[in-house]
Structures are given as C-alpha cells and as structure tokens.
Design a protein around this ligand. Structure first.
Ligand code: TYD
Ligand code: MG
Length: 456
C-alpha cells in the first residue's frame, strides 16, 4: 500500500505547502490552510510523470471549435459560448431550490437525444425522484442513465463503461472519495473529488458538470479554488418567489463571460426567454411617482427594468436603507451623495429601492435611475412612463458615461420610450438626429430635480 503524507492547501487559492502556517504563502489570506492526506508517489509513478507530451507548434494545434455541442436551447448554448465543449469540466452553482437539477435534467435529455449516452449521478435524490422529474418534464430519454451514489470512482467507472458524452454530478457536496479523509462536503473531499473528475474529463473527453450549492454569501460552498480548477463557472440565480432565472457564466475558458441566459421557471421546467424587456415591463406600475425605467445590459443584451423607490421619514433610530435587486452599499453611497452634493435631506428618511420583476442588477450604470426614482418620490414629482435613465454616479455627484449606449437606446426606441436621461459625456459620441428620442444629457445629479420638474 502506498504510504501517506500530509499536505496543506489554501482553501482560497489552492496553494500547496508541506507545512501548516497561519497565512497562505501565495494569496496572503489568513487561516485558510487545510490539511489533506495524499498517497506518497512511488518511484514508478514519478517516472511515469516524466513521460510528458511533446510540445506542439501553436499553428498545428487542432481546432476544437467544431467539436462543440450545441443542444438547441438558445439560452444555454449562448451562455456557454456556443455549446458544451467535450472534455471540459464545468461548475454550476446556485442556491438550493433555484432549479439547478431541473435545468441540468433538460440539458441531459437534449444531449442524450443528439449526441449519445449521458450519466446523471445523484447523491441527493433517489433514482425514482430523478425519474419522476424527467417524466413530468416529458424528458424520458433511453440514452440518459441515472445512478444514485456518492462514490466518484463508481460513477467514473460507469461513465467509462457507457462511453458517456456528458457526466453530471449532483452535487459535489455529497460526493465522498474512498481514499480520502473527511466527511462529504468538507474542503478536502470537494478538492479531491474535483481533481478526480478533472482528470477523468481530460482523459476520456467526457464533458463533466458538477453542481455546487452556494452559501449565503453567494459563493459555492467549499473552497474558492473549485472555481480555479474548472474550465467554466456557471451560476443560476433568481429571487425567491419570482419565476425569473438567470444563468450567468462568471468564468469560461471557451467563450465570453459576458454572455448570460434567461429562463422562466414554469410547471414544465425552465423555459427560455428571448424578450427580457417585455417580460420585465409587463407589470409596470401605473404610479408615476418614484419609478423610472433603467436601460441596462444583461450580459450582452439590452434589458429594460423598472426601478421603484420609496422614502418615508424615520421615526426612531437610524434611517433604514433597503435595496432589492440593487447593491445595498451602492444605495447607501448614492444617498450620501444626493444629500451632500444635491442638497436632499435624506439622513432622516428611510429609503427603499426595488427593481421590479425579480432581477438583480449589478451594473453601476443603474445609479442615475435609482437617483431619479428617489428624487421623484422625495420631491413628489411624477416621471412620465416614457422616460428612462442610465448613468453611473461618482462620489462627486458627477454622472459618468456608460458602455454600449447605442444598444440601449435602440431597445428604448423599440419599446416606445421618448425621453432618456443619460450621461452628458455619452452625448458627444451620438448622432442625435438619428434617434426618435429626447436625449437629455446630465452632467451632475443636482440637475435631475429641475429636469424632472421643468422639462417634463
Ligand atoms: P430543483 O431543480 O430541484 O432545484 P435545485 O436542484 O437547484 O435545488 O427545483 C426546485 C424547484 O423548482 C422546486 O421547488 C419546484 C420547482 N419546479 C418547477 O417550478 N417546475 C418544474 O418543472 C420543476 C421540475 C421544478
Ligand atoms: Mg437539486
């Protein structure tokens, strides 16, 4: 039997060290070194490692682009940059119940139908549960196999036997490698199982996707380095109680990470959404005080969303600031800027901001829309339903330019908007007469109130 030795690795960056220490020698994080037992490599194994592949000229490397496997689900394919790449290792993260197993069942059935055997290994549910879901979704494919187990070696043996094109691990937190210490879900187990699966994917050319639950902070539970080890990181996101789901690629070695997919969770699974703006604006509020539409980008697509704000005098203690669908810290900063640079006395006001439709927007370009909604409700000035706003607000109160403004204006034109508040800096690059829109350039947030009152 191979002897064992201990190594220590950083759960943040994956740096390995033969000794324990309080601080990671690579990324400098404190208290992140975890112990792992590994088999000592024999002389024969070390000799085998020395037999490496010869180097290949860049010009003679085979183009893998043709081997990509699109499945015909436009949202999924686009997020992956065109389709699944054989031999790649992917991570799909998301909160419990968001729809990871549902989405992956749909993908599994599509792959099985078009490309060959798929193995769906589940450590969370029984075969019957997975079968029931597939049946309900109308996805009973004979080439899609289900195995309820938590042993990665068992799974890889079966995947080899089936010559699986696609292997699904649902979820990595339930897997338990036999020769490694630690309970399923521990950092050492997750690292070990992922390493095994990575090697398997590269050796066999099987595309492997591992599902991972995320913690409250929104990162995949377990080591950060899981994200470093895989080729592609996907997150499925959605607000509780809303059917909208976004699939975002936060890392992709085979494509653009600014791509994303939009779905609606319905009784028959996750249905692709091609017209996001129409969906988000479908239930627009009729109240014109405190709401304005933001022209944003979701991935590379334009997206219009309604921003709502409410202010209310604070009756006791500190003023509350609540943001749903917008960054809480950005809201706090923006309110301070509105107070200091535009003279709105918001320190004694509770402020609530909500993005309608259950979508979360991270773009800084949303600041101007939030500021406009807050000023509108605070000053009780209505905003016409055909007005939209976009622009980033700096600490000085200056409104900064946003990217891809033409794409956003196109979407606004298409959706029947008439007036746009946008950064003055963006105006210089635009052919104004080309647009059937009133383009109102804003240089500083102290201009918004008068623009709302006077010009509309
Ligand atoms: P699931 O895919 O099991 O979530 P995860 O694997 O991320 O934990 O889906 C969970 C929820 O989705 C569940 O509460 C029921 C709902 N759902 C639908 O609304 N429609 C469907 O067709 C399916 C299969 C699930
Ligand atoms: Mg699940």
């Amino acid at each position: 039997m191979a002897k064992e030795k201990r190594i220590y690795f950083c759960t943040e960056c994956g740096w390995e060290s033969p000794r324990w220490g309080g601080q990671c020698g690579a990324c400098g994080a404190w208290n992140t070194l975890a112990e792992m037992k590994v088999a000592k490599t024999s002389t024969a194994a070390r000799a085998a490692v020395r037999e490496v592949n010869p180097p290949v000229p860049l010009t003679e490397i085979r183009d893998d682009e043709r081997s990509r496997c699109p499945i015909g689900n436009a949202e999924w394919d686009r997020t992956l940059g065109g389709g699944i790449v054989p031999g790649s290792l992917m991570l799909l993260g998301g909160a419990p119940g968001v729809g990871k197993s549902t989405l992956i069942m749909q993908v599994a059935a599509a792959v099985a139908k078009q490309y060959g055997a798929v193995l769906y290994a589940t450590g969370e549910e029984s075969e019957a549960q997975v079968g029931m879901r597939a049946k309900r979704l109308g996805l009973l494919e004979a080439a899609c196999y289900v195995q309820a187990t938590t042993s990665p070696t068992g799974i890889m043996n079966e995947a080899r036997r089936l010559r699986a094109r696609f292997l699904i691990i649902d979820s990595i937190q339930t897997m338990q490698a036999e020769d490694t210490d630690g309970l399923a879900g521990s950092v050492t187990q997750i690292k070990k199982c992922t390493e095994l699966l990575l090697r398997f994917a590269k050796e066999t050319g099987t595309a492997v996707i591992i599902i991972g639950h995320v913690t409250k902070e929104g990162v995949v539970a377990g080591p950060r380095m899981l994200e470093h080890m895989v080729d592609t990181v996907l997150y499925l996101e959605g607000e509780a109680g809303h059917p909208l789901r976004l699939l975002r690629a936060t890392k992709n070695r085979f494509g653009d990470t600014s791509e994303s997919g939009v779905f609606l969770m319905q009784a028959n699974g996750l249905q692709p959404v091609s017209d996001l703006s129409r969906l988000l604006l479908a239930e627009r509020s009729t109240d014109q005080i405190g709401t304005v539409v933001f022209a944003g980008l979701e991935g590379i697509r334009p997206m219009l969303a309604e921003v709502q704000a409410l202010t209310n005098p604070t009756y006791y203690g500190n003023a509350r600031r609540t943001a749903i669908g917008y960054d809480q810290n950005r809201l706090t900063v923006l309110l301070a800027v509105l107070e200091k640079k535009a003279g709105f006395a918001l320190a004694q006001q509770d402020v609530y901001v909500n993005v309608a439709g259950g979508i979360r927007i991270d773009e800084p370009g949303m600041d101007l829309a939030v500021a406009t909604a807050v000023i509108s409700v605070y000053t009780e000035t209505p905003v016409a339903a055909t007005v939209a706003a976009l622009g980033e607000v700096g600490l000085t109160g200056d409104v900064r330019r946003v990217q891809q403004v033409e794409k956003r204006l196109q979407e606004l034109t298409q959706m029947g908007f008439r007036t746009v508040f946008l950064p003055a800096a963006n105006l210089s690059g635009l052919e104004r007469e080309k647009w059937p829109l009133r383009l109102i350039g804003i240089q500083h947030i102290n201009e918004i109130a008068s623009k709302l009152r006077g010009d509309l």
